[in-house]
Design a binder for this molecule. Structure first.
Ligand code: FE
Ligand code: FE
Ligand code: ZN
Length: 276
């Protein structure tokens, strides 16, 4: 089964995102849990959340992939940024309980000069504080492009974080096709090899969701600029190979490509045509 969708604005509420996704031809979607560049969160209407859960069931949606705000950095050097970030993580996971059983994806963080070896235990500690045995959400660490001092630029760094997490059954990975390419994983010429490497280092059972993006830049550029599907350095053939890969079936694929609604509807239709 193919689950495909894009990022939607959460400003109109849960049920409306479901309706919007359906209109675009999607059967999953992503949304920011709060202002992506600030951190302010809207109040949750429990009835609206319930309505979305019912709507998703009715229309056979796959799991949603919520996204943490970009301002969250649980391994910041400054204590106040770190504690503010952990507070957001705690609050977001509580809020995710209104739509149980979905994914919450976040960027591991930027070590801002401290080094990944200092940052990795901080990230794991934040997860250990925020994640509770009674939660129904799986936390996903996103594979990063390695721009600046980003942590999660290699499968090894992601694995090192997971190793320090207590509730390991509640943690997975979101594989971003643009980021991994920018980080140096050859998703074009050797995608099977990349998956094999992922399996060897992290374990494929941890790969829960895909951010499905083409890249404006070449392999190992460490840039992180997304491109429309087929219009970047990965190209149509590779994108088709990835989304139809037997090892990735039933995972939610989330588009984070530079598009308007019409563009997303077109991309979704194109991708669906590949997997028929
Ligand atoms: Fe992201
Ligand atoms: Fe992404
Ligand atoms: Zn990105």
């Amino acid at each position: 089964m193919l689950y495909i969708g894009n990022h939607l604005s959460s400003s109109k509420g849960f049920l409306n995102m479901g309706r919007e996704a359906l209109k675009l031809g999607a059967n999953t979607f992503a949304f920011f849990t709060r202002n992506p560049r600030g951190g302010a969160a809207r109040d949750i209407d429990p009835e609206d959340a319930k309505a979305l859960v019912a709507f998703m069931e009715e229309h056979k949606f796959g799991k949603l992939v919520a996204h943490a705000p970009y301002t969250m950095n649980v391994c910041a050097a400054k204590e106040n940024i770190r504690s503010f970030s952990v507070e957001m993580l705690i609050d977001d996971l509580e809020r995710m309980e209104y739509i149980p059983g979905n994914y919450y994806n976040f960027h591991p963080g930027s070590h801002v000069g401290q080094g990944a070896d200092v940052a990795i235990p901080m990230i794991a500690e934040a997860i250990n504080i925020a994640l509770k045995p009674e939660h129904h959400t799986t936390l996903l660490l996103e594979t990063m492009a390695g721009k600046g001092s980003e942590v999660g630029r290699s499968f090894e760094e992601i694995k090192a974080i997971i190793d320090l997490v207590e509730l390991k059954d509640k943690v997975g990975v979101c594989f971003d096709t643009c980021h991994t390419w920018d980080a140096g994983y050859n998703n074009v010429n050797d995608f099977d090899g990349v998956l094999k490497e992922f399996d060897k280092v992290i374990g494929l059972d941890r790969l829960k969701a895909v951010h499905f993006n083409d890249s404006m830049n070449v392999l190992a550029s460490h840039k992180d600029r997304h491109q429309k599907i087929g219009e970047g350095e990965l190209g149509l053939e590779a994108m088709k190979y990835i989304v139809t890969h037997p090892l990735l079936q039933d995972k939610p694929f989330i588009l984070e490509t530079p598009n308007d609604d019409e563009g997303y509807a077109k991309e979704i239709a194109l991708i669906k045509s590949w997997s028929m």
